[in-house]
Design a protein around this ligand. Structure first.
Ligand SMILES: C[S@@+](CC[C@H](N)C(=O)[O-])C[C@H]1O[C@@H](n2cnc3c(N)ncnc32)[C@H](O)[C@@H]1O
Ligand code: SF4
Length: 469
């Protein structure tokens, strides 16, 4: 069978009704119907993924050690497969083969996950082998149920230096325990965070933004700050990874993106006030839900190959982000959005429920008004809309003219302050102290060659006047 079966099955699934899609989908990512991958197939996916990385190899691999799990998260297929008695362990030998194939392809970043990796028989031997093979950056993606166990944590730490990526599914005991279907789970995580901090372990946190988690976002900064957490990733619910759920179940667990945007905005305000440099990623949040947070929003990531656990003790292999994209799409209403090229849209199921109201195209003017620092604009700038190209060309010209005039300026979003007032765009390259230049023009949508020439002429005059002054 094709090595890309899990991936191509999901592509097909993306076009079939939700009930069928739920049958095809499984945990972390892949399809439980996936076929075992032969060594040649593993090579092929590693190679294909390598093609998209600058360094000539996949940036990282992740290995599911088996779907078996001691939690029952409402949004995750692994807990459900365990409940149904369908979860199977992945034999240690198979994990070792995957590790060796990845290492031979130059991969140095690894994540072990599941199901719950820390309760699989292959966990410690796999970790030991990964260290031997020279993986430099190893992450243990865990629900945290064992991180309060000092003997276990010490046994792991004795093998090497790892990052513990802990899943917190609500910032309060009530919300987390309901979301993961296990009473006492939150208290274990809190105790585990204290132990890991005392042991000087690297810790990051992942959260799936269900309605349970959303209601508690206000408590998240207080929960994480001061506990040694180096990064937080908040991911939106991926229906393709949720298992067999009815539409009603999915709807109940998935907040609207508008509600998510509002709650995240309030949480970010507090986080930024208390810890402005805190590393926070928002994954799969449509940019239109919170445009000013654009620098923190991710759709995709470094090229990643996933070795999947399947239901028959065999293992598939797939391109993680290619798979995840199959669950989502942009809508006709996205046309013209300045974030178009960086956004993967919304899940198919969400689009089916909310239709055209799912998204709204974000304009350059809105981004500028929402984030005068220009950081959000620098994300919009990666995309190739005509509007952006015009604005960028203009900034390039400003910089060129300014340099000719003797000012030392650079082009980057961060170096440019942009303000929108009464329908005009003011753009001020930041220069060395003491040199001030600026320009004003009508909003870029309306620009044509004549306007650009006028802008340039005006700029040149401004710069001359500045230098004279
Ligand atoms: C699949 S779990 C495996 C590792 C471990 N059991 C844990 O919970 O961290 C890894 C992460 O996947 C996320 N996840 C699982 N199903 C998801 C879904 N349907 N949508 C978004 N994230 C999901 C969870 O939030 C969790 O943080
Ligand atoms: S703890 Fe992890 S693997 Fe288990 S059900 Fe929850 S998200 Fe899935």
């Amino acid at each position: 069978m094709s090595p890309l079966r899990p991936w191509s099955a999901a592509r097909t699934a993306a076009r079939v009704p939700l009930a069928r899609l739920a049958l095809l989908a499984s945990p972390g990512h892949p399809s439980p119907l996936a076929a075992a991958a032969t060594p040649a197939e593993v090579e092929r996916v590693l190679g294909a993924t390598a093609a998209v990385t600058a360094r000539g190899g996949p940036a990282q691999v992740e290995i599911q050690l088996g779907h078996f799990c001691n939690n029952r998260c409402v949004f995750c297929a692994s807990g459900q497969l365990t409940e149904q008695g369908r979860a199977q362990p992945v034999p240690e030998l198979q994990v070792v083969r995957a590790l060796e194939a990845a290492a031979a392809n130059g991969v140095r970043r690894l994540t072990l996950l599941g199901g719950e990796p820390t309760i699989q028989d292959a966990f410690l031997p796999s970790l030991r082998r990964a260290v031997e093979l020279g993986f430099a950056d190893i992450t243990i993606f865990t629900n945290g149920t064992r991180t309060a166990d000092a003997r276990f944590v010490d046994a792991v730490a004795s093998l090497g230096s790892f990052t513990w990526r802990i899943s917190i599914q609500g910032a309060t005991e009530a919300a987390h325990d309901v979301a993961v279907g296990r009473r006492g789970a939150f208290q274990r995580i809190v105790a585990g965070l204290a132990l890991l901090q005392a042991r000087h372990q690297r810790v990051t946190v992942n959260m799936c933004l269900t309605t349970h988690a959303l209601a508690t976002l206000g408590a998240l900064p207080a929960l994480l700050l001061g506990r040694g957490v180096g990064q937080l990733c908040i991911d939106m619910v991926r229906p393709v990874s949720a298992g067999e759920r009815t539409d009603a179940e999915l709807k109940a667990m998935m907040p609207t993106f508008a509600a998510a945007g509002r709650a995240l905005r309030a949480m970010l305000a507090e986080l930024d006030a208390r810890a402005p440099d805190f590393d926070l990623n928002l994954t799969h949040l449509p940019f239109c839900a919170l445009p000013e947070a654009a620098p923190r929003i991710r759709h995709g990531g470094d090229a990643t190959v996933t070795f999947t656990a399947d239901l028959d003790e065999r293992q598939g292999v797939m391109d993680k982000y290619a798979f995840q994209q199959t669950d989502r799409r942009k809508l006709p209403e996205c046309a013209g959005c300045v974030f178009f090229a960086n956004c993967s849209g919304v899940p198919h199921a969400y689009a089916a429920w909310h239709g055209a109201a799912s998204v709204r195209p974000v304009t350059m003017a809105e981004v500028v008004a929402a984030d005068p620092t220009g950081r959000a604009l620098s994300v919009a700038g990666d995309q190739a809309s005509a509007e952006w190209q015009q604005a960028r060309a203009w900034v390039d010209r400003i910089v060129r003219v300014a340099r000719r005039g003797g000012a030392r300026v650079g082009w980057r979003g961060a170096l440019v302050r942009i303000e929108l007032r009464e329908g005009t765009l003011e753009l001020w390259p930041r220069t060395e102290p003491g040199i001030a230049i600026g320009a004003r023009a009508v909003a870029p949508q309306a620009w044509d060659a004549t306007t650009l020439r006028a802008v340039n002429a005006r700029l040149a005059a401004v710069i001359k006047a500045t230098r004279r002054g």
